[in-house]
Design a binder for this molecule. Sequence first.
Ligand code: IMP
Length: 430
Amino acid sequence: MPLDIIVGAQWGDEGKGRMVDLLSAQADYVARFNGGDNAGHTVTVGDRTFKLHLIPSGIIHPHTIGAIGNGVVINPVTLFSEIDSLRSAGVEVNPARLAVSYAAHLITPGHRALDAAQEAARGRGAIGTTLRGIGPAYSDKVARSGIRLGQMLDLEVFREAMLSHIQAVNQRLTGLYATEPLDVQTVTQEYLDFARQLQPYIQDVSWMLNEAVKGGRRVLAEGAQGTLLDLDHGTYPFVTSSYPTAAGALMGLGLGVGCVERVIGVTKAFQTRVGAGPFPSEVFGEAAVRLRGTGEHPWDEFGTTTGRPRRVGWLDMVLLRYAVRVNGLTELAITKLDILTDLERVKICVAYRQANQVFENLRFGPGDIADFEPVYEELPAWQEDLRHVRSWEHLPLAARTYILRIEELCGVPVRLTSVGPERDQVVEIA
Ligand code: IMP
C-alpha cells in the first residue's frame, strides 16, 4: 500500500522531522495533516539546518511534492516566510511543488490575540499553548464560523468573511477579555494581499493524493505534535486542538483506510513535554539538566517554536503502549539514544502505582494520570559513544538490551534508532 504515516508517540518533539527526512527519500508526496505553526521540525542536512513549522519537511528532497491537508490550520505569515527561507537556501518552492488544501482553515491575528487572552484568563490553569492561535482557529472551524482557504479564491467573498471575523473577534477581545481590539481594515487588507499570493497554491489535496495513490505513487504523511497531545486521546485538557494520531492523517488528508502500509511511531529514548499537564516519569534537578542539556547545543531540549526549556523524564512504557494501541503502530523509531550514554543507570517506567494498586495499562486514557507514581525498572547503562555507530552489532550490549526491552514491553518492532543529529547518524534494525 502506498501510504506511510509518521506520528509522534509522545508529547511532540520526538524528532519526527528527521525520520520524515529519511523516509522521504522513497516518497513521491510528503503531506502535513494536522496542527499549524505550533509545530517545529528541525532537519539538518550537511551544514544546513532547516527549522520548519508548517511546510512538510520532506520538501527538502528535490523529487518530492509537498501537500498541506485540510486538517491543518494555516498562518500565511509563517507560510510565506518559510517559502522565502527555503528558496534562499536553494530549495525550490512554487505551486507545482506545494499544494495547500482549499479546506484547510486560516489562522488570523484575531486567533492569535484570542489565544493570548484566553491563556491569560486561565491564570494558574493555563495550558501553556504556543500562542500561535491554534485553539481559537480550530474552535472557529468546529463552530462552523472559520475561514477556509477556498474562500480566498473569490476576493470579495474573502474580504467580507475577514471583516466579519475580525469584528466578531474584537467583540470578544473587548467584551470578554478587556483587551485592545484589532484594526479591522488593516488586518483585512493585509490578508487580502496574502489571498492573492496564496491563490495559485490552493488545490484539492485529497483529490491530488488519491490520484497519486491510484497511480502507485508513495505518500508520506507527516504528523505534527504527538499522540499524547491529541484532542481526544491525549492528556486532556492539556492537549492541542487537532488530531496528531494516525486516524488524523486519513481525516486530515482525505485519504481512505485501505491506503495505509506502515504506521511509524517516533519516540525519544526518554520522555519530554512542553507546557503544562501530567508527566508521571518527570525528573528534576541534576537528573533533568543531564537529560535536557544546558541549551548550548541545537539538540538540547529547548522548544523549536517557543524556546521554552522542555520538561524531561524517563521513558514511559505505559504511555508508549497506549500510543501503539490508539495509532495501530506497526513499528517504532527511537531518537536520541546517544543522549543516554554515560548515565549511571537507565530507568524505564513500566507501570504506575496508585493507592497501593499497580497497573501496566491505563484504565481511562492518560487524562487523569497526574497523581500516578511511576514504577521503574533499572537497566544496565553504557559508556560508549554511540555517535559513530551505524549497525546493530556495533551498538553496546546495554543499548541493545534497552531497545529489545522496549520492543518486548510494547509488542512492536523497533526498526530504527538515531544516534546523533546528522542525517546519517542512524542505525537500521533488521
Ligand atoms: P497549542 O497547540 O499551541 O494550542 O498548545 C497546546 C499544548 O500543546 C501546549 O502544551 C503546547 O506546548 C503543546 N504543543 C503544541 N505544539 C507542540 C509541538 O509541536 N511540540 C510539542 N508540544 C507542542
